[in-house]
Design a protein around this ligand. Sequence first.
Ligand code: NYM
Length: 209
Amino acid sequence: MSRGALVVVEGLDRAGKTTQCDRLVARLSTSTTTKLRKFPDRTTPIGIMIDSYLRSNSDLDDNAIHLLFSANRWEASSAIKAELENGTTLVVDRYIYSGIAFSRAKGLDAAWCRNPDVGLPRPDVVIFLDISEEATAGRGGYGEERYEKKEMQRKVRQAFKELRQDERDAEDWVVVDAGQSVEEVEEDIWRAAQKGIERAKTEDLRTIL
Ligand code: NYM
């Protein structure tokens, strides 16, 4: 039995990640054991602090919240590794790239932003749902949480673009046009996910460099 694949879905707020992750999990589940994970995981003690910050019920230093987001991934890392080893494919709604992109957009240093996540399991594929900040601003619920402002989202999109060019993991990224219909986006994501699934069949799990 080969290990499960680590499939990460990234994108701006309201890019459609939740809908598409649900569809991908449903589709993968017909042929393989599949589980959805989401970051931040707001259910843990660290996640509860993050949730309070995102709802603007509390304020935190930009560096401190960055480290909490990373710690929230580290606290799941052993479980993630165990699940992958057991053959479970994981669809992960946001991961280290959201962590770096949102803090970069606030002006934090790129290397400093990446450092806390070095050593975490590395995705077999990173599927980026690309959509303009103008298009997401018109979507339902926009503006409810911290960061859901056009200028911030523009900077986040730019930061994601820089991340896709980082030679340490540029080969992992697949960009999907999230401005298409839900069904079209689903098809593109399905094709992109196969890249990760194929990798998991032949390669050991890698770590973030
Ligand atoms: N976010 C998410 C970060 O700023 N850093 C991170 O490491 C992660 C995982 O939290 N605006 C931001 C992106 C989103 C928000 O939103 C989480 P959602 O709707 O739970 O994906």
